[in-house]
Design a protein around this ligand. Structure first.
Ligand code: GTP
Ligand code: MG
Length: 446
């Protein structure tokens, strides 16, 4: 039973056309009637009301108020949403008024935590809510939605059924253990337990691949000074993220910009032009560029006619160049000798002035993404889920070896623990630690 009634701003703080303040808990409807000096509106009906300060009758603002009863609210408690003008001053007065009425500010994720405690959400769906709010890309949105709509719960149900039927075979085989029939069934159960452990192990691999897909990949731009790295970054980011000039050695810091290709986030990283230099600041820049080469998922080496000699030196020195962009192609294209010197790298001629640079970048990014599979595992994105899956896999494979050794009772125990562990993936309740881990990722107001 939760007794506190809590409130929180559900929209970002600051100036905006509208802001939404959310209230949940037993005193919600009382607070609404005190604020409006009227009966609360019927549930799920948005009505315009004047909000008045509790101490005097001063007007706070006019607002659209919607009440929800515990039976049909997100949290499973009486709750309300107040849509008010998005003004910092108005929001501050409303917060003071709600505090005066005995409400307290909600903790991060507290609304969802209450929904979980009231059986409105399971843990996996709660995680989906947090991930959906945080999603910046199409891949992240799809992954969060699959959690939110119960993809993990469906998977766990299938896994659980398989474990239950292996358990049933083992338990009845125990009764016939001295007969041939028992041996045959035990062997069959052993094979299935083995296959099940393999299935969970495949899911772990899939989860790792999905995490790669969800995390932005890093494409690093390198090359000699003046080869057009910062110009390319700006063209891709569609803003002046980095200073561009015809003075070699302009960029010293590592500058990155998030670019989305086909719904997948990519961090494009501009670096200092690589060269020997006596300038101590530029030297640090070159070291940072070299460190970026090590972190890159893919490196694009930039080269232009006016920087060809320096670039050839760098390539001799072993700078990676699986992808080469010949820049400033609106002025000079590579000649056959230059192309021969760059072989076997595939060279794309690009210019930031005619859209070819963006097009070439998208092609390269797509080929990088194709190397990653598109199947999304609902396990990905949470240490908690990965830990439980790996525990269940270990228990299943230990059960399989125990069956081979004919230690059936111990195998049964392991399989039961595996089933419980898998159920905890979507668990309707969890220990306080687990709940803290899940809800620490939420923002206030959700
Ligand atoms: N014509 C033409 N000029 C370009 C193009 N891309 C870059 N430039 C010019 O090349 C010069 C160097 O460009 P930057 O983007 O600053 O080069 P950088 O590789 O970042 O140079 P550093 O930061 O010094 O390493 C500038 O004068 C740009 O305007 C292009 O596609 N076409
Ligand atoms: Mg630059």
């Amino acid at each position: 039973m939760t007794l506190d009634t809590v409130y929180a701003l559900a929209t970002p703080m600051g100036q905006s056309a509208l802001a939404v303040v959310r209230i949940s808990g037993p005193q919600t409807h009382g607070a609404i009637s005190q604020l409006t000096r009227r009966e609360p509106p019927a549930p799920r009906r948005a009505v315009l009301r004047r909000l008045l300060e509790p101490q005097n009758d001063a007007l706070i603002d006019e607002a659209v108020v919607t009440c929800f009863s515990g039976s049909s609210s997100y949290t499973g408690e009486d709750s309300a949403e107040i849509s008010i003008h998005g003004s910092v001053a108005v929001l501050n007065i409303l917060a003071e008024a709600l505090e005066d009425l005995g409400l307290r500010l909600a903790k991060p994720g507290e609304f969802s935590r209450r929904a979980l405690l009231n059986g409105r959400l399971d843990l996996a769906r709660a995680e989906g809510v947090a991930e959906l709010i945080a999603a910046e890309t199409e891949a992240q949105r799809k992954h969060a939605l699959s959690l939110l709509t119960g993809a993990l719960a469906d998977k766990v149900a299938v896994w659980r059924n398989e474990l239950v039927s292996v358990l049933a075979i083992l338990e009845s085989a125990i009764d016939f253990v001295d007969e041939d029939l028992g041996e045959h069934w035990i062997e069959h159960a052993g094979t299935r337990a083995d296959a099940f452990a393999k299935l969970l192990s495949d899911e772990e691999t899939q989860a790792d691949i999905t995490e790669d897909l969800l995390a932005p990949s890093r494409i690093v731009l390198v090359g000699p000074p003046n080869s057009g790295k910062s110009s390319l970054l700006n063209a891709l980011a569609q803003k002046d993220a980095a200073i561009v000039s015809d003075i070699p050695g302009t960029t010293r810091d590592v500058i990155s910009s998030r670019v989305v290709v086909d719904g997948v986030a990519i961090d494009v990283v501009d670096t200092a032009g690589l060269r020997e230099t006596s300038d101590s600041i530029e030297k640090i820049g070159v070291q940072r560029a070299q460190a970026e080469l090590k972190r890159a998922d893919l490196v694009i080496f930039l080269i232009s006619d006016d920087t060809f000699a320096e670039a050839a030196e760098l390539l001799k020195g072993g700078v990676p160049a699986s992808e080469v962009f010949w820049t400033k192609s609106d002025t000079v294209s590579p000649n056959p000798e230059q192309l021969a010197a760059l072989a076997p790298a595939s060279v794309r001629s690009v210019s930031v002035f005619d859209g070819s640079a963006r097009k070439a970048f998208r092609e390269v990014a797509r080929s990088l993404m194709q190397k990653r599979t598109t199947a999304i595992s609902p396990i990905a994105g949470s240490q908690r889920r990965k830990r439980l899956l790996s525990e269940a896999r270990e228990l299943s494979s230990s059960a399989a070896s125990l069956i081979k050794d004919n230690r059936i009772e111990l195998a049964v125990e392991d399989l039961r623990s595996a089933a419980n562990t898998l159920e905890a993936l979507v668990g309707e309740i969890g220990s306080e630690d687990v709940l803290d881990e899940v809800f620490s990722r939420f923002c206030i107001g959700k």
